[in-house]
Design a protein around this ligand. Structure first.
Ligand SMILES: Cc1cc2nc3c(=O)[nH]c(=O)nc-3n(C[C@H](O)[C@H](O)[C@H](O)COP(=O)(O)OP(=O)(O)OC[C@H]3O[C@@H](n4cnc5c(N)ncnc54)[C@H](O)[C@@H]3O)c2cc1C
Length: 517
């Protein structure tokens, strides 16, 4: 007779270290670790081949790590409810264990179907938190305290696992499906970061020991950000690294830096500021995810309902295609989009600028551009992504409007046009004077630079200054209405940060004028 089995379902938590469901399940008996490659999930419009490629690499390492602990990973292809039903029929399963997931609407519906299945079988599903996101949060007021408590908890070491005969699970050797098996279209991303726990640990170590020293000073320019930012986002999104271990490693490093400052006369250097800024971002990760956890409709609907109808839901195909392809005629916008297509990553400021350009200058609703970016970001994390899409589009009602001027950003963040020339080879011969606004070149200058505007490189698709002014006017008019103000207060009550210094007044919708920067 086989002993009762604890089934551990890996989702966006592809690690054995600091994995509470795995550790707790192992204390109760033999564990069957399971990953389900769900065609339904990968058929969603926010899914992409680059996400799966990262997951597949992470699964290969997870399989090796679990095998070393005594029990290899079982990977099954199919929809979760039917795979679980099949396992429940085959094995004496005592309980299902997993982390809570703040996913898209599809995973929310799937989890409800799984919960129904387990309830019908009279089996428990232990879902444990894996970061600072709180399920069924009654109020934001004490949220930060919960975050602190969770981040300070002891890290769970990997457990020793009792070997099980996994052939009983109907799937002996691990076989990780390909993107094609999941029906995913080709998604070449030659500069993508590799998945897996080892890559995550390498990035955390190199960031905290060397790369991060000028983080807060170099995070905004795409020239420096690829190296100066931690690049941990995809690992945090797919859980090859736990948020708690990232926070604790950062705090340890901050303590070392403080000790060094006490013993050296050389002052604080830049480490203290860099690490403080970095830890703040780790907090934001959960702060933004909490918004989607508390209100799943923000994946589709404006947080401030007064913004409904402001922009047409249907995108303008010409403008959207130009933006997606990096063919808007604005060099920094286009360079960022092409760099993103190639690498699967771009820094925060440039993400914000891309969205601002599509939402204000191109006046597109955020949903379709948001789907395009979700597919491009290897680190796609639905909770952060949709909250940020709305924040950068001015539809939350609680954030100061920030409309980026793509030419000013270009001059500030890439003064000599090095990043632009790298990603837009057609502008290689354009002189520095014109690299930020190549459409201002005369016909003679175009001929001399080998770049004909409207031929080799597009003319600007909009007048960026006039369209930004008009966008600000339209949004301002909506934001000033009594309905919009009442909604802002409601959004702030449910989602606003209670931390000092995060602009509570602006978050509460006091700022209707906004900035163009
Ligand atoms: C429109 C838009 C969409 C975004 N979509 C995503 C997404 O799908 N997934 C994602 O992880 N981040 C997203 N971000 C936030 C941010 O741009 C990325 O987290 C960051 O660029 C990732 O690089 P990094 O790991 O080097 O970050 P670092 O700067 O090194 O920060 C460390 C970690 O802190 C978190 N973090 C950093 N900045 C933010 C932020 N502004 N909001 C919330 N968490 C943050 C991330 O987990 C990040 O990995 C989005 C930002 C914008 C403007």
């Amino acid at each position: 007779m086989m002993a009762p089995v604890q089934l551990v379902w890996f989702k966006r938590d592809l690690r054995v270290f600091d994995h509470a469901p795995l550790a707790q399940a192992a204390r109760r008996g033999p564990v069957l670790p399971l990953y389900i490659a769900e065609p339904g999930l990968w058929a969603q419009p926010d899914a992409a081949g680059r996400h799966w490629a990262f997951v597949a690499e992470s699964l290969a390492e997870l399989h090796a790590d679990l095998s070393a602990l005594g029990q290899p990973l079982v990977v099954r292809l199919g929809e979760a409810a039917s795979v679980l039903q099949d396992l429940l029929d085959r094995l004496p399963i005592a309980a299902l264990w997993s982390h809570e997931e703040t996913g898209n609407g599809w995973t929310y519906a799937r989890d409800r179907a799984v919960a129904d299945l387990l309830r019908a079988r009279g089996l428990p599903w232990h879902e444990l938190p894996q970061n600072g996101v709180v399920r069924r949060l009654p109020s934001r007021d004490r949220w930060s305290r919960t975050w602190e408590r969770r981040m300070g908890a002891t890290l769970e070491p990997p457990p020793v696992l009792v070997p099980l005969d996994t052939s009983l699970a109907g799937d002996g050797a691990v076989s990780i499906p390909s993107g094609r098996d999941l029906g995913l279209p080709e998604d070449p991303c030659p500069g993508r970061q590799p998945g897996g726990r080892q890559a995550a640990q390498g990035l955390l170590e190199s960031f905290l020991a060397q790369r991060g020293e000028r983080y807060h000073k170099e995070m905004s320019s795409p020239l420096t950000a690829f190296d100066a930012c931690s690049r941990l986002s995809a690992h945090l999104a797919y859980g090859t690294l736990s948020m708690r271990e990232a926070v604790q490693a950062t705090r340890l490093r901050r303590a070392q830096v403080r000790d060094q400052v006490k013993t050296q006369a050389s002052g604080r250097g830049t480490w203290a500021g860099a690490l403080s800024a970095f830890e703040g971002r780790l907090h934001w990760h959960c702060h933004f995810m909490q918004k989607l956890e508390s209100d799943p409709r923000i994946e589709w609907d404006n947080m401030q309902r007064a913004c409904d109808g402001l922009r047409p839901l249907e995108p303008d195909p010409t403008l959207l295609d130009a933006w997606c392809a990096g063919q808007t005629g604005f060099p920094l916008v286009d360079a960022c989009m092409r760099a993103l297509a190639h690498t699967g990553w771009i820094n925060f400021r440039m993400r914000a600028m891309l969205v601002s350009f599509s939402s204000y200058q191109l006046w597109q609703h955020w949903r379709e551009p948001g789907l395009h970016l979700a597919r491009r970001f290897t680190d796609y994390e639905p909770g952060i992504h949709w909250s940020q899409m709305q924040m950068q589009s001015g539809t939350t009602g609680i954030n100061t409007l920030r409309i980026y001027n793509p030419v000013k950003q270009s001059r500030d963040q890439d003064p000599e046009g090095r990043f632009i020339r790298r990603w837009l080879p057609e502008l290689a011969g354009v002189p520095d004077d014109h690299i930020h606004e190549p459409w201002r070149m005369s016909a003679v200058e175009q001929a001399a630079s080998g770049c004909r505007i409207g031929g080799d490189y597009p003319a600007p698709v909009v007048d960026h200054e006039a369209s930004a002014r008009e966008a600000r006017r339209r949004i301002g008019a909506v934001r000033r209405t009594p309905d919009a103000r009442a909604q802002s207060r409601e959004v702030f009550r449910e989602h606003g940060s209670r931390r000092r210094g995060l602009g509570a007044r602006a978050q509460a919708g006091d700022s209707t004028r906004g900035r163009i920067s």
